[in-house]
Design a protein around this ligand. Structure first.
Ligand code: NAD
Length: 473
């Protein structure tokens, strides 16, 4: 019998085991190191039922009290960084330092959202009539999370859903359920029973949630392909939807940059978390005048970065999180080779290694229609592309079904800002990347998403407006 540690789900304020379990693999070693509950449809029903029963009282709980509990939840996370950090590194592969940062951000985010106001609009206030629009909660929310930032992305849903008065059933990815389940265990007493439920399960559980008639909304982060399926299945009961999906973000580097200064920044904009970030730089357009110098400088940075097991403190980048994703990236590398493309670094994968390790791979100016440019790699693989003028690079950067984010790099901030205005994406950064804060709205254009997260607009996605019109008194 297995002696592996097992974890519990949080349902109705109680820690619950499932009849079946799922093995959880450490991507750095290929070894199964724990078991997570594999929720059955009956256990999903229990979680939805608990959330439904908790909803009326939670909705009536004053906003100030809900905010107080959410802030307390954030404090509990901060007090438990070591345990959550260790689990994140083991299950996700990221370095210990990145794992601590993720828990820290989850803590900060809960507390920041707790301080946000829910706006009301007075539409009319005169001698005859008073009209006000308030934003009331939807009911029970299903939160479905990917494996790249298990806690970070979970909190992006948990905090606004609970602050606005909804109750929640949260499901982590089957690849990375443990830190999320542990979070439920250590914070199980913070909210009243049933307000926050956390369940885990295999591939069947996500579709069972999106089809379940007991949910009023699905907040989903994951790939565009899965997003389409979520939308289809939510149609049956017209659930509200927020879909944060894939991206193929362009970084555009103008010829006036300081090459030495920007090379490491551009490198990390693409390769942090081993490239497994929705808003990572995934196509790097470099002006022809500096292409050779800057690509050599980025390759030099890449050669100095240590890839390995994230639990080794000298390691800077961990493995790819799971074998399916690893195979996808290896397939793109193989396709590059088949088409005679040149690698500036990397490109040779030791497929006999135990962990999902792929060397940092930079592809030298592949054609725009190559798969490495057109597809989201979501791993340590980046195409570097030459361009010669603004109109051309804007056209090429926008020539994608995605529209999540992007960045422009230049000493001339005004020129960079003008270029930023021409990118069809929800966010554009200038001379930085991946800066996301609780009070600025985050949205995917085109097939990168539907709806928004963060900012007041993100809060309101968990509500429905109610306008009350009454005689003046
Ligand atoms: P995924 O779509 O495979 O899975 C995401 C989640 O959906 C998991 O919890 C999974 O179990 C669940 N799921 C799978 N099939 C489902 C279905 N039919 N119905 C309901 N749920 C289902 O994505 P992933 O591989 O875990 O994550 C990587 C992708 O996520 C990348 O494309 C990345 O760009 C994207 N992502 C986007 C953002 C954003 O904010 N836009 C953030 C992080 C990741």
């Amino acid at each position: 019998m297995s002696q592996l540690p097992t974890f519990s789900m949080l349902i109705d304020g109680k820690l619950v085991q499932a009849a079946n379990t799922l093995p959880v693999t450490n991507p750095a070693t290929g070894q199964v190191f724990a078991n997570a509950p594999d929720a059955s449809p009956a256990e999903l029903d229990l979680a939805v039922d608990a959330a439904r029963r908790a909803f009326p009282a939670w909705r009536e709980t004053p906003l100030a009290r809900r905010a107080e509990l959410l802030a307390k939840f954030g404090q509990v996370l901060a007090a438990n960084i070591p345990v959550l950090q260790g689990l994140l590194t083991q299950e996700q592969g990221k370095t210990l330092s990145d794992a601590a940062t993720e828990v820290g951000i989850a803590s900060f985010w809960s507390q920041a959202v707790a301080a946000m106001p829910i706006p009301e609009t007075v539409n009319e206030d005169n001698e005859t009539r008073f009209s006000v629009t308030k934003h009331v909660p939807l009911g029970v929310v299903a939160a479905i999370v990917p494996w790249n930032f298990p806690l970070g992305v979970a909190i992006w849903k948990l905090a606004p859903a609970l602050l606005t008065g909804n109750t929640l059933v949260l499901k982590p990815s089957p690849y990375t359920p443990l830190a999320t389940l542990k979070m439920g265990e250590i914070a199980r007493d913070v909210f009243p029973p049933g307000v926050l439920n956390i369940i885990s399960g295999g591939d069947q559980l996500g579709p069972q949630m999106t089809e379940h008639p007991g949910f009023d909304k699905v907040s989903f982060t994951g790939s565009t392909a899965t997003g389409r399926r979520v939308m289809q299945s939510a149609a049956a009961t017209l659930k509200r939807l927020t879909l944060e999906l894939g991206g193929n973000d362009a970084a555009i580097v103008r010829p006036d940059v300081d090459v030495v200064e920007v090379a490491p920044k551009l490198f990390w904009s693409a390769f942090a978390n081993s490239g497994q970030i929705c808003i990572a730089t995934k196509r790097l357009y470099i002006h022809n005048d500096i292409y050779d110098e800057l690509s050599a400088a980025i390759a030099e940075v890449a050669r100095g970065v240590k890839v390995g097991d994230g639990s080794d403190e000298s390691v800077q980048l961990g493995p790819v999180q799971n074998r399916v994703q690893y195979d996808r990236v290896v397939d793109l590398i193989t396709d590059c080779k088949k088409n005679g493309l040149r690698f500036l670094t990397g490109g040779e994968v030791d497929e006999s290694a135990d962990g999902n390790f792929i060397p940092i791979s930079l592809v030298d100016n592949p054609p725009d229609d190559s798969r490495v440019v057109a597809e989201e790699a979501f791993g340590p693989l980046l195409p570097l592309l030459r361009y010669t003028d603004d109109d051309e690079v804007v056209r090429r950067a926008n020539d994608t079904p995605y529209g999540l984010a992007g960045s422009v790099w230049s000493r001339d901030i005004k020129a960079a800002a003008e270029l930023a205005e021409r990118l069809d994406t929800g966010t554009v950064w200038i001379n930085e990347c991946q800066y996301i804060v609780p009070n600025a709205v985050f949205a995917g254009h085109k097939q990168s998403g539907i709806g928004v997260e963060h900012g007041v607009e993100g809060l309101l996605e968990f509500t429905v407006p109610r306008t009350i019109v009454r005689p003046a008194v």
